[in-house]
Ligand binder design. Structure first.
Ligand code: CP
Length: 319
């Protein structure tokens, strides 16, 4: 069966997940993002690649970084950006997701950027658009449930490539609540596709999914062991909103075993970088001494996210 993100020529037509995307497409997105990096230093921070196109931001779940950087990215590409205020939309009156989509298509939408608590919602929209023959309308997954967050995965890869130049000799540790993390899933698919030889998952048994070994990931329950010799440490938030019941004794106990402190970070390589997709919970998964320390590249991730989202949208629009 054809990957629903690719058209008959193997070109990206939606970005729904990193899983199943070939390495050359990931590299092309990262290279295109690099070409957009200088735009922030120009007096006029705009290129006309999406002029006349309408990008609809549909965020059914809260967001600070993703929604804002998608809006900045679309505006830098000269698109018209419409941020649907879901709390004031007719969703609150019972309108279905696909009825909302049909109405926005009738307003000549060209692209939907979708965040939704339900895993698979962006796929549903992409399938629907195909069924109703809107083949020139593109869908970008901005995070669906615990499934995927592909642009976060891509901006994480951009950050790693920026600081480490290539992927071939790296050891990357992802720490924390991997079970509920769409970022972790997207990062793992991207890291393994781009050729990282050692990807480690560090966390308590209750927060690690069973399929990690099948995904090519080495599991560590002891953080001190898992951090040894790492080039990159990706910290994750406890996704309390997606947990059913208590999976941990307490936040304090969690921090003791899995919180990243300067002492624990000293076990990684001296030039290791520390990443976090945000939002951070200081004192729960990360100590402020690390979050604000010189090895942290957390705010750079946010900045790089603009160029990466410009790259994704311009490639989808055929540029
Ligand atoms: N990383 C991320 O998705 O952050 P937001 O929830 O603020 O968009």
């Amino acid at each position: 069966m054809r990957n629903p993100q690719l058209n008959e020529n193997g070109e990206l037509t939606h970005l729904l997940s990193i899983e199943g995307l070939p390495r050359h497409i990931l590299s092309h997105i990262l290279d295109t993002a690099a070409s957009f990096m200088g735009i922030a230093d120009r007096e006029v921070k705009k290129v006309p690649l999406l002029r006349g196109k309408s990008v609809f931001n549909l965020f059914f779940e809260n967001s600070t970084r993703t929604r804002t950087t998608f809006e900045i990215a679309a505006k830098r590409l000269s698109a018209d950006v419409i941020n649907l205020d879901i709390t004031r939309s007719s969703t609150a009156k019972g309108e279905t997701l696909l009825d909302t989509i049909d109405n926005l298509c009738a307003m000549h939408a060209n692209m939907f950027v979708v965040r939704h608590a339900a895993s698979g919602a962006p796929y549903l929209i992409a399938e629907h658009l195909k069924r109703v023959r809107h083949k020139n309308i593109h869908v970008v997954n901005a995070g669906d449930g615990r499934h995927a967050h592909p642009t976060q995965g891509l901006l994480d890869m951009y950050t790693i490539r920026h600081y480490k130049q290539n992927f071939e000799h790296l050891t990357v540790a992802i720490v924390g609540d991997i079970l509920h993390s769409r970022v972790a899933r997207s990062d793992i698919h991207a890291l393994t596709t781009l050729g990282v030889p050692e990807v480690r998952a560090i966390g308590p048994q209750t927060l690690l999914p069973a399929e990690l070994a099948k995904m090519g990931v080495r599991v560590h329950h002891d953080m001190n062991e898992g951090l040894k010799g790492c080039d990159v440490v990706i910290m994750l938030r406890l996704q309390n909103e997606r947990m059913n019941g208590a999976l941990l004794p307490s936040a304090g106990e969690y921090f003791k075993h899995y919180g990243l402190t300067p002492e624990k970070l000293a076990l990684a390589r001296p030039d290791a970088i520390v990443m976090h997709p945000g939002p951070m919970n200081r004192g729960v998964e990360i100590d402020s001494g690390v979050a604000d320390g010189k090895q942290a590249v957390i705010l750079d991730q946010v900045t790089f996210g603009i160029a990466v989202r410009m790259a994704v949208m311009s490639i989808l629009a055929g540029n």
